[in-house]
Design a protein around this ligand. Structure first.
Ligand SMILES: [Zn+2]
Length: 566
């Protein structure tokens, strides 16, 4: 017994000795910490060991393999992007690309993103196990949280066409797909109710599916049926084809009902009020969500800090039906338009549809020409062009097609700015609104993309916190770190705390800014010199490292206590 206790004492001594002598992997010294809780910044050093935050405090005399002088810099938790398209869709997109540089997701990690919640808007692989295996085989930059896509499972479950409501048996089949996905490590369900075939689903169908994630402590993220006065697919002259077009507020109320009925944490994603005729509606949506939250409904939202949407960048003012009905071989859309305008009744219907789209995209002064064969047109708004030509805005839309690219519907690449700054600001100050990008992976030199692909998170901090002082910087940081971690119920990420995983970003609050614009989107942000994923540098001294330290996060892993995990 005596010798055993002596051995134990000796071993204890060795452990104490080696702990004192062993240098940390990384030590960030002299910086301030914004910990993700919304609390004020404080002076602290942060030590990283074996992928975790080993210590936070005054560590001046500690040793480390790598010491980073963070004087004047702020250490924040890594960004958790609640609405990400980094999966890239399809069989081998985004983080599963054969191209390792794409899997590094440089445009995301450069913004401080360390975790991306993917398979949004109802789109996933049907086989989550397979998607997870593809990711884990190939390796990727930021951590990933997988979701099950409602549109994907609905298409699979409804034999012989999914443009209808589902039968009870088909709902059962969908429930089985949800369970399979959850068992394979998914975190919840996403819906894309403005897209096929989600537009055909009933609230009851959704309730059954969302209920299925409840035993897994899953999450429901809903792309609404509409983000304005009517859905994107709604064309006035063509009617609604059996589905009643709803407003964004209707859709929010449905999401609240689903959350309330199931008790499942639900997110009204990329919350907005789209279209000139819907501006100002943020107040009603906020009132509805706030009232629901007050009575205990687990509902949240996320937002990207831009006044233009994804579909604002693929908009066409000439509706698709012109091509379908008058397009011939569809290599000359100008001819199709001229044929449509020939008939008076068709021309009246067309004018109504074009005007509807102009209003949905923010009005003639908010529709910008990004590309057109006539360079004098590029950079002008539809309203400016119409005034200069002394034509109506609808006639100007026709001229863009007639004088534009013949093989491109609408004749020009346009971007609408369909959201009002007032609504964006109203949403941005709500403590239950996370900041999310709605962006996927892109590489410099690729096609036009939304500025949010490179700028979302630094823009929220720069524009809305530091410059306009709409929200305190503590809250801006919280909206992209601690808040999404709370929504996801992550228990060891999203905060700068001892024992938490070392997903961190080091930012310079003087220099931080988004640099991506709509004419020149492929611009990395400034002022984010270091980003670590699971303790590994993905941005180092302001340079992308192209490292692939990401993991697929699953419930089992993240529910384990830090001290029982290696
Ligand atoms: Zn969406």
């Amino acid at each position: 017994m005596k010798s055993l206790s002596r051995v134990i004492a000796a071993v204890g001594l060795i452990i104490v000795f080696s702990a004192a002598a062993e240098p940390y992997d990384v030590l960030l010294v002299g910086g301030h910490v914004l910990d993700g809780s919304g609390a004020a910044a404080y002076r602290a050093d942060v030590a990283i060991e074996s992928g975790r935050i080993a210590a936070v405090g005054n560590l001046g005399r500690a040793r480390a393999d790598r010491v980073i002088h963070a004087e004047g810099l702020t250490i924040i938790p890594g960004v958790i992007d609640l609405h990400s398209h980094a999966d890239g869709g399809g069989e081998s997109g985004g983080l599963r690309s054969p191209d390792a540089n794409r899997r590094a997701a440089p445009n995301l990690v450069a913004q401080g993103v360390t975790t991306a919640v993917v398979n949004q808007d109802g789109r996933s692989l049907i086989d989550i196990e397979r998607q997870r295996a593809q990711l884990e085989e190939r390796g990727f930059g930021p951590n990933v949280i997988l979701m099950v896509g409602h549109n994907t499972i609905r298409r699979a479950a409804l034999a012989g066409g999914s443009e209808r409501s589902a039968t009870p048996a088909e709902i059962e089949t969908m429930v089985r797909y949800v369970r399979e996905g959850m068992n394979a490590g998914a975190w919840g369900l996403t819906a894309g109710l403005e897209y096929e075939p989600g537009i055909w689903s009933t609230t009851e169908e959704l309730i059954e599916l969302v209920r299925a994630v409840k035993p897994y402590h899953g999450l429901y993220i809903a792309h609404e049926r509409s983000s304005g006065i009517d859905p994107m697919w709604f064309v006035p002259s063509r009617g609604s084809a059996g589905v009643l077009p709803t407003t964004m507020l209707d859709s929010i109320l449905e999401t609240i009902r689903i959350a309330e009925t199931t008790g499942v944490t639900s997110v009204a994603t990329h919350i907005k009020a789209r279209g000139r005729d819907y501006w100002g509606k943020s107040g009603e949506m906020i009132a509805a969500i706030s009232a629901a939250r007050d009575r205990g409904v687990p509902i949240w939202a996320d937002q990207y800090p831009y006044d233009t949407s994804g579909s604002d960048g693929t908009m066409t003012l000439i509706p698709r039906w012109v091509a379908d009905e008058f397009g011939g071989d569809q290599t000359n859309y100008a001819l199709a338009l001229e044929a449509a305008l020939h008939d008076d009744e068709t021309a009246r219907a067309l004018a109504r549809d074009v005007m509807h789209e102009i209003l949905q995209r923010g009005g003639p002064g908010n529709i910008l020409v990004l590309d057109h064969p006539s360079r004098s047109v590029v950079g002008k708004t539809l309203g400016e062009l119409a005034a200069a030509r002394e034509v109506t805005v609808v006639e100007m839309a026709y001229l863009l097609q007639i004088e534009g690219f013949r093989d491109q519907l609408g004749g020009a690449t346009l971007r609408g700015f369909s959201l009002s700054e007032d609504d964006i600001r109203n949403f941005a100050v709500q403590p239950w609104v996370a900041t999310a990008s709605d962006a996927g992976v892109t590489l410099p030199g690729e096609a036009f993309t939304h500025a949010r692909y490179y700028g979302t998170f630094p823009r929220k901090i720069r524009k809305y916190a530091l410059d306009e002082k709409l929200v305190p910087v503590e809250q801006a940081v919280r909206s992209m770190t601690g808040l999404p971690a709370d929504i996801l119920e992550l228990d060891d990420r999203g905060y700068v705390r001892e024992g938490y995983i070392a997903d961190l970003a080091v930012i310079d609050l003087v220099a931080i800014r988004d640099r991506s614009t709509f004419f020149d989107p492929h611009q990395y942000p400034a002022g984010i010199p270091y980003v670590l994923v699971n303790g590994a540098f993905v941005v180092d001294s302001g340079e992308i490292t192209w490292a692939l330290p990401g993991k697929v996060l699953t419930r089992e892993h993240d529910r384990s206590r830090p001290d029982t995990d290696d």
